[in-house]
Design a protein around this ligand. Sequence first.
Ligand code: C2E
Ligand code: MG
Ligand code: MG
Length: 573
Amino acid sequence: MSADIAFALRNYRREERLHLTARVFENNSEGIVVIDRGRRVVMINRAFTQLTGYPEGDVKGRPLSLIDPDRNPRGFAGEMRAVVAQGRAWKGEVWVRRVDGSAFPADFSVNGVPGPDGQLAHSVLVFSDVSQRKEDEARIRFLTNHDFLTGLPSRVSLEDKFAAARDRVRHEGGRLALCFLDLDRFKNVNDTLGHPSGDQLLVEVAHRLEAVLAEGDAALRHGGDEFVVLMPVPEGRSEQVSRIGRLLRALDEPFHLSGCEFSLSSSIGVAVWPDDGGSAEALLNRADMAMYRAKEEGRNTMAFFADGMLAPPSERLSLEHALRRAVERDELRLHYQPLVSAADGRLVGAEALLRWSHPELGPVSPGRFIPLAEESGLILPISDRVLEMACAQIADWVRDGHQPVPVAINLSALQFRRSDFVDSVAAALERHGVPARLLVLEVTESMVMRDVEQAARQLAELKALGLSLAVDDFGTGYSSLAYLKRFSLDKLKIDQSFVREINAGPEDRAIVTAIVGLGRNLGMELVAEGVETELVASTLRGLGCDHLQGWLYGKAVPPDEFAAGWLAARQPA
Ligand code: C2E
Ligand code: MG
Ligand code: MG
């Protein structure tokens, strides 16, 4: 090749490349602006104009201030520039000001470009409008924090309300009573007068409870006909009884519904902070036990938690003992539940669920033995076995000539926090020759919220292995959603509690709609679990869920059955 042609070709490629770069720049859906050392605009793209309203000719060569001074923390722009001046990239959320003075929240990044002298010559600012995502988040937060029917805070707010009341009591002295209130024979009302009357009654009960609250008290609807009232109380038991008695008396007056007058009572279980427990969860649990005692004692009464109410330790211990033996003898098994495509019912994946059969008690549900395993530390060897069994199973299916589908396993919090967890996953995949794309790990919101930094690192390392990550039971945990994006999770599993009730009332449907919106926005795949009826399935399909899981399609079954039924049906003819 002559030197002339080589030169021409190089030049041609350079031009081609420049042309391409310019096209990418121009068509990028994120706003891009390049500024020089004096913060004057050098170039902008089309999305910049669309997002901010600044026309090109207007800003070129002029200094530009995109950062809204009223909505961002003070000194914020200066800090950003300092980071970039040090040669590092800056990333974060920023309120960007449009030409008309309005502002929008944006994902924002700034990268410095050094000049020939090595000094910062230009900065490239890239941003996208995230107001839709913010709205979705705020909506979900509101919906999950409030009870649609009564307008009271919902159970999701309990932690927050508890923390606030506890801090107040710490400051002012005394005790904090957590009262768990369950209406007596509410089911009768529902059954005889119908659900609309039942709903009306719950609203009336909520009003009456609110009317007897003192400053600093908080009432929540826990679900169904259960309410929780947090109440700062004096130390003496008899004063506590008389304060809490106001809740019982609030329901003394008869209720009027559908033209009938009738009376209603409630049973209240009480657990007291700090004597009966330090956390909202512990207190709720104990107040619940006390509530059952109140029911036994003849209803329309209250009972305080007492140690004797705890399940006899012997029963617990013997179950734990049996579980330990089952682990040693390797008697736990995985069953597989299908996940299907919402569009056409095709098999798209499976979830591995643990099964244990106790020698005398028979099958014990994971809902019962997993918490026990978590408390006793047995969850670690169990989790190792789950990972091992699932990988071995996938390898078996591949070896048997099945067209494999990704298999999801549920992680436990302890397992996830182990420093060698990522290595153990990589090792298990390798040991069985399983491609990482066939493994899905399900985490819960509370697992990743404990230590967000650590979790973000861990999840990024797992993703780097090539597997996918799903958030399980979404909607039941924390209401802080900003982390979802940071964690680059692939799938969002909408909790069964919303799914099952989706056609029962506007509330759950609204939550699911908002979750789907949020997931879409973050580019996540949406899975609904607990689908039991065709009606629910078609509603979810309409809302835009991608995958469905539930008894409508199939329960979790032993691996052979899963292969013979679901995998065999997938074989190409
Ligand atoms: P999960 O991960 O949310 O699993 C879904 C649960 O919903 C399973 O209960 C499944 O059998 C049940 N389910 C599925 N479809 C339907 C339906 O249409 N209707 C109803 N009513 N239920 C449905 P399961 O197997 O009892 O497991 C309960 C929980 O135990 C799991 O919830 C998970 O948190 C935990 N778990 C199960 N296996 C493991 C495991 O291997 N490791 C760990 N760490 N946890 C596990
Ligand atoms: Mg799960
Ligand atoms: Mg779940």
